[in-house]
Write a protein that binds this ligand. Sequence first.
Ligand code: ADP
Length: 875
Amino acid sequence: MAGKSTPMMEQYHALKQEAEGCLLFYRMGDFFELFFEDAKIASGILDIALTARGKDQDNPVPMCGVPVHAAEGYLAKLIKAGCRVAIAEQVETPEEAKIRAKKEGTPVSKTLVKRDIVRFVTAGTLTEEALLEPRRANVLAAICEVRGAIGIASCDISTGQMILQRCEPLDVNASLAQIGASEVVAPEGFNRAIDDVIERPRGDFGSDDGERQLKAIHEVKTLDAFGDFTREMLAAAGGLITYLDHVGRGNLPLLLPPQLRASDAQMAMDEATRASLEILTSQQGGRAGSLIAAVDRCVTGAGARQLADDLAAPLCDLIAISERLALVQYLHQDPLLRADLREVLRALPDIGRALGRVVAGRGSPRDLGQIRDGLAEARRIRDFLSQKSDHPTLLERLLPAMGGHGALVDLMQRALVASPPTERQNGGFIAEGYDAALDELRQVSGNARRAIAALEARYREDTGIASLKIKHNGVLGYFIEVPPKHADALMVPDSGFTHRQTMASAVRFNSLSLHEEAGRIAEAGGHALTAEEAHFEDLTDQVIAARQAIAATASALARLDVSAGQAERAAEGDWCKPDICKDSCLDIAAGRHPVVEAALAASDDRFVANDCALSEEDRLWLIGGPNMGGKSTFLRQNALIILLAQAGGFVPASSATIGLVDRLFSRVGASDNLARGRSTFMVEMVETAAILSQATERSFVILDEVGRGTSTYDGLALAWAVVEAVHETNRCRCLFATHYHELARLADSCDALSLHHVRAREWKGDLVLLHELAEGPADRSYGLAVARLAGIPKPVVSRAKSVLDKLEKGRAETGGLAAGLGDLPLFAAVAEPEEESADTKLRQQFEQLDLDALSPRDALELLYELKRTAESTEI
Ligand code: ADP
C-alpha cells in the first residue's frame, strides 16, 4: 500500500481525486477504510484507533476503518462534524475480477477488484432514517447571482419539497437564515459572505439548463403551472439539480414541483432576530429552551417539520393566516374530535420520508409498507372528518388531498405482508395469495423442508442414532450431523452417507436424498427471490408514478397535525385566537412569554401577564426598570406573540389584536452577547443600522438595552439618536428597553412615544421584582439591590452605596448625565422613598445595646420598648 505504484494505491488515489474534498470510505471486505489525512481526521472525530499500513517502516500510511454494518452511525457523526463522505464500493466480485484478468491477459494476482464511488453522503442530501432527525427538515440550498439579483433554490430531499425564491443581495443572509439549510452550494467565486459554501462549477448554474431539467423531471412542456420563475431562480435550480445528480451519481432523489416563495409573502426576519428570539434553537444551540420546543405539540415528525417551517416563515397574507387560524379554532372548540384525530395521527408512519427513500432508489419493503399504511390511514381520517359539518376552508382543501390512493393502497395491501422487513435481499415481504407462481415456489420449498424433517426422523430410525440431526449453515448448506462416537456407523462405504467434515464435537455427512431436497429448496428459493424482487420493482414504480399525490397527502396530514397541535397547546395554556388586521396596532391583553412561563411553571412559579397597547399615536414604548425586572421578557413575548399569530396559531394572551407586521426585528444590547466572543459593540451597531435602514411603518421592532455596549456617554447618545430615528423616520411599532433614565426626556419631544417601567419594591431591605408593567418612567435602577440579590458581599455593596451617594450628589449639583440636553428638568423621579422600616430601627437599637451592662429589670423594660417600636413602624 505504501509503495506508490501498487495497483491498490493507484486505484485509491484516482478515487480520492474524484471525491473532491470529501473523506473517502474505501471498501475492503467488511470494512470501509480511510487513509492518509482522511484517516487522521476521521479517527479524531469518531474516536477510533488510528493505525498504520504498509511495509515501508519509515513511511507508513495512516489508516483507520469502520465496519460496514455499523457505517451509518459513523457517517452520522462525520456529517454532524461538518464532513462530507464519498463511498467507494466494490463493484465486482473477486470471481468477476479474476475472469476479467484472464480476459485482459493480466496476472490474476495483480488484479484488483473494481471500485467506484457509488454515492456522496453530505449533510444536505441524506435520506436514511437513522441519519435524519424526525422532527427537523433537512434542507439543501443552491444560490447564485444573475445580473444583480440573487436566486435561491432549496429542497428537502427527504420529502422532495422544493422552493424557489429570489432576494436582494443585501438580504442573502436573512433568506438563508429563514431556509436554515444544512448545506449550501454556490458557483465558484460566489463573492457574498456566506459561511461554509460548497463551490461547484459555474457552468452548473445556467438558467436555461435549470428550466430544462425541471421540465424533464416533471414531464411538462412549460413551468407556468408551477409559478412564474425568474432567471436567477432557474439558474439556482439548475445548480441544485446538477449537484444532486453529482452526489447521487446519476440517481436523482425525489423532487416535487417547485413552489415559488414570493419575498413579500412572508414576514421578514434576519439572522440576528431569529437568534435573539430563539425560534427554532435556543442561544445554547439546542431545541430545548426555544420557542418551538414550548409550542410544538405535534404527534408526527412531519407535523413538527411543518411547524418549524411555519415558525421560520410566518405569513404576511391576511387570508392565508385567517384560514390557518380558522382550522386551529375548529379543532380547538371540539376537544373530542381533536383527541381522536391526534390519536390516529400519532400512529401514522412518516410517509413523506419513506417516499423520499423509495424515489432515491434506497427504499425498502418496510418503506412501501409505511406508504401503504399511511395512505390507508389518511383515507380513514378523511372519511372520519368528512362526516362532520361546517368545515373551515383550509380543511375543505386538505380533505381531497388525503384520498385518491384507493387502487394503490389496495394493490399494496394484497401484495405486501403486514410488516415488511427493512432488508429486501432475503425476500419474505410479498404476501401469500398475491402471486400464484410465487406461492407455488414457496410450497415447493415448504414441501422440501418438510421432506427434510421426515428424512431426519427416518435416518434416526434406520441408524438407531437418536442424536442424529439435519442442520443448515451458510457454508455447507444442509448436512447430517452425529456425535463422533456414532460416526463410524455412517462411514461404512454403503451406508448411503458421504462424509463431509469432522469436527471435535461432531461429524457431518451428506446423503443423496438430502442433496436432492436441499437442491429443491435452493432452486425454489432463488426463483422466489427473483419473483419478489420483480414485484418490489413494480410496486416501487407505481409508488414513484404517484409520488406527487402521495406527497400531497403527506403534506395535508402534516398541516392537520400542526393545526391540531396548536389547538392542543392553546387549550393546555389557555391561549387565544388572535385578530389580525391591517391597522398599525398591537393590542395584547395579559400576554405571556411561552418559554419563560413554561420554565417558571416547572419550578412552580407564576408568570405575571402584561398588556401591550401600541397604536398609530402611541407606537413607541420606552421601558425602564431594574435589571431582572422582566423588560427583555416583555419585549420578546410581544414579538413572539406576533410571530405565532402570523404563523397561523393561537397566542399566549387573553386577547390579541395584531396589525399585520411585514418585518420583525429584535436586537439585544451587546453585553448579552459577550459570551459569544464577537466584537460585541460593533455587532450591535451593525445590527441596529440594519433596522434603521429596513424597518417600515408596518414593521415591529424590539430593542433591548441598545447602547450599553460602550461607555455611558456614547451609549446614551446612541440610544437617544436611535429612538429619535425610529420614532421620526421608521415610524414602526417599537418597544425599547433601557436603563438610561435620561431617555425619558424624549417623551417631551416625541409625541408617539410613551414611558413605561417594570415595577419593583424594596421591602425590608430586599428588592422585590414584581415583573409587572406600569405606566410612567422608572423611578431608579435598583442596581445595588439587584447586586445584593445576586450575592455580592455586603461590604462591597455598602462601599458601592457610598460611591453612589457621592455620584448622585454630584449629579444633583451639575444637572447629571443629560444636563446639556436642554432646559427640560430631569424626568420626574417618582421614587418611592425607602421607608425607615421596623427592621432598620430595631437593628439600630440592638446594635447600641450593651448586654453585659443590662440588669434583668432593664432587660424587661427594653423588651416592652422593642415591641412598641416594632408595632409603631410596621408596614
Ligand atoms: P430584564 O430584561 O429586565 O433584566 P428579564 O426579562 O431578563 O429582565 O427577566 C429576568 C427574569 O425574571 C426572567 O428570567 C424570569 O425568570 C423573570 N421574569 C421576567 N418576566 C416575568 C414575568 N412577567 N413574570 C414572572 N417572572 C418573570
